[in-house]
Structure formats: C-alpha cells, structure tokens
Design a protein around this ligand. Structure first.
Ligand code: SF4
Length: 325
C-alpha cells in the first residue's frame, strides 16, 4: 500500500469495504431480486446462468462505446465492458446473444483489470460496467487491482436495477455514476416479459438509494459527467412499460432533477414476435407526447432520442466492435 497515492489508497479502501459486503450476498447468491440462493462457491447455476467461478469472469466485449448518453460518451468514448449473462429474461432483449445465450470469453480477474486500464489509456472518459449485477464480486476485485495500478476515471454502474438493495448500498463511494433502467411499473408485466416478479418495487428503491448516494449529474470541466444519476426508460408498445405512471412515480419520489433518458428505440427483437402486443413499435406521436408530459411534470433534464435511430442501437456481439456497421 505504501506506493499508492492518497486518492488511490482511499478509493481502494472503499472497494475493499464493498467486497466484504458483496461477499455476504455471493453464496448463497442473493445478488439480485431473483434470490436464487444457490451455492456459487460450488458453481451451481442460478437464473442468470453465470458459471465462470469465483476467480474468472465472462465478458462479451470491452470497447470504447459512443452510443451512450452524450455526457457519458464525451469526446473519448465510454470504456464499456459488457458482461455475459443477465439476471432478467426479457423476451425482447436486444442483447440476447450475450444475456441469454451467454456469448463471451472467460477471462481472469487480473485480465479484466488490464482491460479497464487499457480502456483508460485509449482515452475512455469512464469505465462503464454493463450488467455487472451477477458478477459484482469478481468486478470489484478487478477494480481494486486496476485502481492500485492507476485507474482514476469515474466508474459507471449500468444496470437493469433488479439488484439486491444491499449491493447498491455496498457500492457507495465506489460507483460515481449510476445508469439504471426503470422498465416496468406493473409487476405482472415484469414477471411475464422479464421473469422478474417484483421488478418495480426493487427498482424504485434502488434508484432512490442511488440518488441518495450520488445526487443529480454533475460535470467536469469538459462537460463530461463525473458523478450522479441518469435513469433510462425504454418505452414498450401498448403501454406495457406504463410510461406515464413511471414518470409520475419518479416525480412523486422527488427525482425531478435527475437526468431522464427516455428511449424510443424499441424494435421487436429475439422472442418478441411471439407476443402480438410486443411485435410492433411505438409511433413518433406517442413518443413526442411522452416527452411533452415529462416536461410538464417538471423534469429538468430530459434526454430524447432521434426517433428514426432504432437501428443505431442494435449491437451484434459476434463482431469485435458490436456497435459498428
Ligand atoms: S445473480 Fe444470478 S444466481 Fe444470483 S440471485 Fe441473481 S439470478 Fe440468481
């Protein structure tokens, strides 16, 4: 420890604390709302089907990503690591190659730390952990190694928000920017389409705790996000995502100064065609009305998408650079 700067030492101490807390949720596994309670130390598989053991991790991609919200991307790109597998089972998942089919490469924790540092050296303005809920124990170990070897850029926790609230509590002072989804308000829909029986209750409580930890987005001198909360909401067709009610719920929970990213990009992917109600897209008018409503409710920072840009967001994880044409 003596070779570490003060800030490295402080940051790595916070990560140590987080590791201790996450260890308690790791096996039997209660890292997310699925509460599988399986013995991860014996490589038992839960709903997320993660099977790479305690000292390894499966990742689908590590790349400079330019398709996130502007303050997350900056000029250098977001140093994004997509973790294989997922704790939800969304029938319309656009990342199903990695989340459901488990595409990816198993690497050591030390290798993941190297990837974090490589991304920083390549100009990434942050490390963006995409779907790390189920591998948080391994990710924290890798972060600790990377911090001790010079990782200084902000950490983004990019999640479907179906985390155990104790996981989010453990991430205080480790995560700088939270990027959670809020997918459903109706728990019957979350069960039917994502196999998450109490999604909204878990997600809203996690989001409130994230806000307590990091507050609204703040920026560095280059206008890049350095700390704060950005909530993403993907509008599903036929009001399956209860978008208006979600906006009201966020507003009633005093979250009007968060950055709210309202996404129009839904297209029927994966198994969506089997569900008539999901086998369509929303209209431009529906989208515009929702943006207007969010504004009327008093949300101060709304990020809207270019309505015709659906195909820009469809990755192919069989390619080295999943988001390039
Ligand atoms: S992280 Fe995976 S094994 Fe653990 S509770 Fe969630 S779905 Fe189950």
């Amino acid at each position: 420890m003596s070779n570490l700067s003060h800030s490295q030492y402080v940051r790595s101490t916070y990560v140590d604390k987080a590791i201790e807390a996450i260890k308690k949720l790791y096996s039997p596994c209660r890292l997310c709302g699925q509460n599988c309670n399986i013995d991860r130390n014996k490589n038992e598989m839960g709903l997320c089907r993660v099977d790479s053991g305690k000292n390894n991790i499966k990742i689908a991609s590590h790349t400079l990503h330019f398709g996130e919200e502007p303050m997350i991307v900056g000029s250098g790109g977001s140093g994004t690591v997509f973790f294989s597998h997922c704790n939800l089972r969304c029938v319309y998942c656009q990342n199903h190659q990695i989340s459901h089919s488990g595409l990816g490469e198993i690497i050591s924790i030390e290798k993941l730390a190297e990837y974090f540092l490589d991304l920083q050296s390549s100009g990434a303005i942050n490390i963006n952990l995409v779907s790390a809920t189920h591998v948080l124990y391994q990710v924290l170990h890798a972060l600790k190694i990377a911090i001790q070897n010079g990782l200084t850029i902000p950490i983004v926790y990019n999640t479907n928000a179906y985390d155990n609230i104790e996981s989010i509590a453990a991430l205080q002072n480790v995560v700088d920017i939270y990027l959670p989804d809020i997918k459903y308000l109706d728990n019957a829909y979350s069960k039917k389409y994502s196999n998450a029986k109490n999604y909204f209750d878990i997600a809203i409580n996690n989001i409130k705790l994230m806000y307590e930890q990091v507050g609204a987005i703040s920026f560095d001198e280059n206008n890049n996000a350095k700390k704060g909360l950005i909530v993403r909401h993907l509008i599903l067709p036929n009001n399956i995502s209860s978008t208006y009610d979600i906006l009201i719920a966020l507003s009633e929970n005093n979250l009007k100064d968060i950055t709210l990213s309202i996404m129009s990009q839904y297209t029927p992917q994966y198994m969506a065609s089997k569900y008539e109600e999901l086998n369509t897209i929303i209209s431009e008018k529906e989208y515009d009305d929702i943006i207007d409503y969010a504004s009327e409710l008093g949300f101060e920072n709304i990020l809207a998408q270019d309505f015709d840009s659906q195909s820009n967001y469809l990755p192919d994880f069989d390619k080295n650079k999943p988001f390039d044409d």
